[in-house]
Design a protein around this ligand. Structure first.
Ligand code: IMP
Length: 422
């Protein structure tokens, strides 16, 4: 049995897409298990940039079967666009490469409207959502009135679902319904060839010893239970969700690779203890290209936060770390790393449960010497300047988790795989 769950250790955008691309060169199956097209996984392959929102990043390696599990919410229009784009660029030649769970919930046009309208009306509790209808689709799922993918394959069922006891009549005009039913059914027809019993497929793959990579989206601090609630997304982003969102039991999961940037970023609202409002923050943003892959919004930037990461290691059960974008820190004279939180005069090392306390945190920093530009061809830690090596070793020591991968550039191959991960 060989499985690896790859998840984000911060507020998303840690560079998981690139890491998944590297690991999926040696995997057989890649599974998305939560979130939707709020995610944006950026990959640079052969000088070409790919941004994937729904289809697992493993699709760029032809031997992989890619699965969108039951825990994902699917916007069928966006998924079809992504399928077309990949086909145009020479990928996904064989339809059997992509499998969709019939139980994934569908993001309907009214979910997007509700998402945007609620944000407008939410005053100071604005979340800064991506406006893709993610929250309202998950709300309907939990309220037991969601529409699952297999239901849009049948015109009678969609019609019934959108007319009989339809919960969102207030945001959909009656005269819009026939057009909506038609559009959704057409999407369903195009997606039909990909719908299959993904839970059984993934379980069988694990039982027969194939290498299964679970691809998380967003990150620990956006998890609806363990993140900075209410400034979170509407799904569980922790590694445990890999089981629930794909239909396999926990005995199949052994290794959890937590991806973290060498510094911290966040998009949207909510507390962010190490956020920088100075030139160092601007430098990280511009050098790191820190603009949202989904919405284009500038990301908030700050120093690495070990209190936050320790929390993330615990909730994910991380067994290895991948540190990304180390190259972006090159050229800073001094690097600051948050080792404690001062709240109301008291210093603590655990992440507070009250978001108002998180907003009052004064970070306690430790300073580390900066390093010069990293050699683009580095293949092992020894090829890096000694200060960069020490920065990486410090993270592993502090978090008590070994480093599995260090990424030093956006292109394929600009990463060092330091341990066998499968
Ligand atoms: P939603 O997921 O669109 O409901 O947005 C909720 C919060 O999660 C907002 O702060 C978003 O900016 C954030 N978010 C959602 N998806 C991502 C992601 O893939 N990367 C980073 N932040 C995200």
């Amino acid at each position: 049995m060989s499985s690896l769950v790859c998840v984000g250790g911060q507020w998303g955008d840690e560079g998981k897409g690139k890491i998944i691309d590297a690991l999926s060169a040696n995997s057989d199956v890649v599974v998305r298990f939560q979130g939707g097209n709020n995610a944006g996984h950026t990959l640079v392959v052969g000088g070409q940039k790919f941004v994937l929102h729904l289809i697992p990043s493993g699709i760029l390696h032809a031997q992989n079967r890619c699965v969108i599990g039951n825990g994902v919410v699917i916007d069928p229009e966006v998924l079809l666009q992504e399928i077309e784009l990949l086909k145009k660029r020479g990928f996904l030649k064989d339809a059997s490469q992509l499998m969709l769970s019939p139980h994934a919930h569908v993001i309907m046009p009214f979910h997007k409207r509700l998402d945007v309208a609620r944000e407008k009306a939410s005053g100071t509790r604005k979340i800064g959502t991506t406006g893709r209808g993610i929250g309202p689709a998950y709300e309907d799922k939990v309220a037991r009135r969601g529409i699952r993918l297999f239901e849009i394959l049948d015109r009678r069922r969609i019609t019934t679902r959108l007319t009989d006891g339809f919960a969102h009549a207030g945001v959909v005009r009656e005269e819009e319904l026939p057009g909506m039913i038609d559009a959704v059914y057409r999407y369903g027809e195009h997606l039909k060839p990909y719908v299959a019993d993904t839970g059984e497929f993934v379980s069988d793959a694990l039982e027969s010893g194939r290498r299964v990579l679970f691809e998380g989206a967003q990150g620990a601090m956006l998890d609806v239970d363990h993140g900075t609630y209410p400034y979170v997304t509407s799904s569980n982003c922790v590694a445990g969700q890999a089981c629930i969102g794909s239909g396999v039991g926990p005995r199949h999961i052994r290794n959890v690779l937590m991806v973290a940037k060498a510094y911290t970023t966040r998009v949207g609202e909510g507390p962010f203890p190490t956020e920088l409002h100075d030139t160092a923050g601007d430098e990280l943003r511009h050098k790191g290209g820190e603009f949202g892959a989904t919405t284009g919004r500038p990301r908030r930037c700050g120093w690495l936060d070990l209190v936050q990461l320790r929390h993330a290691v615990r909730i994910h059960g991380a067994t290895e770390l991948a540190i990304t974008k180390l190259d972006i820190l090159a050229g800073f004279e001094k690097l600051r790393v948050c080792v404690g939180y001062e709240i109301d005069g008291q210093t603590r090392r655990s992440f507070p449960w009250d978001e108002e306390e998180v907003a009052r945190v004064k970070p306690v920093y430790e300073e580390h010497p900066g390093f010069t530009e990293l050699p683009a061809t580095a293949k092992s830690l020894r090829d890096l300047p000694s200060e960069a090596q020490r920065y990486i070793e410090m993270i592993a020591d502090q978090l008590k988790v070994p480093i599995g991968i260090v990424s030093i550039g956006p292109a394929r191959g600009q990463e060092m795989i330091l341990r066998e991960l499968f």
